[in-house]
Design a protein around this ligand. Sequence first.
Ligand code: TYM
Length: 336
Amino acid sequence: MIDGKKTMLSGMQSTGMITLGNYLGALKNWVTLSDDEDINCFYGIMDLHSITVRQDPANLRKSARNLLMLYIAAGLDPVKNCIFYQSHVPAHPELAWILNCYTYMGEMNRMTQFKDKAAKHSDNINTGLFTYPVLMAADILLYQADLVPVGKDQMQHLEITRDIANRFNGIYGDVFTIPEGYVGKSGAKIMSLQDPTKKMSKSDENPNASISLLDDKDTIMRKFKKAVTDSEGVIAYRDDKPGIKNLLDIYCCCTGKTVDEALAEFNGLGYGQLKECVGEAVVNELAPIQQRFKELSEDKAYVDGIIKTNAEKASYYANKTLRKVKKKVGFTELPR
Ligand code: TYM
C-alpha cells in the first residue's frame, strides 16, 4: 500500500527486443490493470538483472530505452504509471544486499530459472545469476507492492519473495507488504513457434521461434507460416496439440475472443488458414504499438524527461522503505 492505495509493480529485463510472449503474458495485462484509478503502478526497466548474462554496453543501453518506449507505446501512461530504470534507483541493490542475508543457499538452488540459465551459460555461472531472485524480491518489496502481474514462469520468484518478506517481518514486525502474484487469464505462457513445448523466449537461437514486438508484417506472417503444428489436420484446443493450442491462445489474446468463439470461426478450415488469421491478428495488434514506438523514438526530449521524473518518483518511495529497513536491522542513521 502507498498513500492508502493498492500498489502494483512489475518489470522486464532489458535484454534485446521483447517478444510477443512478454507482451501477451505481461505488458498487455499491465495496460488493462493500470486503467484502475485506485492502483499505484510501478513498472521497472530491470537493467540490473540483465547483466547476469554478458551484455554489450551499447546494446544494453539501446535495449533499455527501447523497452521504456515500448511500455509507453503499448499504452502505459508514463504520468499515471511510474516507469523507471532499476539502475537509477540505488535502493534496489542496497535492499537486495540486506535481503541476501535473510535468504538461504538451498532456496536459491531450487530456482528453475537459475538452473536453466546456468545450463545455457555454463561458462559464466556468476553469483549475480544465483542471487537474481533476491534482487527481484527487493524490486517488489521496496514499493510495498500488493500485486505483481507476471507470466507463469516468474511465479516461483514471487513465491520466494513472499517467503523472504514473511521471514523478515517475522523478525522485525510488519515492514513489508506481502505481495500476491497475478497471472492473466490468457497468454500466461506463450510457447515457441518452433517447439510449442517450450516457452517463447527472446534468447532462443532460432529466430523463427519467437515474434519480436518490432517485427514487420512480412516477417510476422512468414514466422507464423512456418509455425510447427501436428499432422492431425483438425483445429482443436487440446494439450496433446500444443502447436495449435498456442496459435489459438495467441489469436484469442490478440482479438479478445474466447477459445469457443475462435473454434467456431475456424471450424472446417485448414492449418494454413489458421496460421494466416493468427498472423494477421498479431500484425493488427502490433501495428499501433510500432507506430507509437516510432514517434517516441523521434522525441528524445520527451523520453528523457520521463526517465528523469520517474527516477525521482521511484526513488522517493523506494528510499522510504529502505530507511525503515535499515533502522529495523540496526544500522546507524547519518547524524543530521
Ligand atoms: P522477463 O524479462 O523474462 O519477462 C518479462 C515478463 O514477461 C513474461 N513472459 C512471458 N509470458 C508469457 N509467455 C511467455 N513466453 C513469456 N516470456 C516471458 C514473464 O513472466 C514476465 O512477467 N525476473 C523478471 C523481471 C523482473 C521482475 C521484477 C518482474 C525483475 N524484477 C519484479 C516482476 C517484478 C524476468 O526475468 O522477466
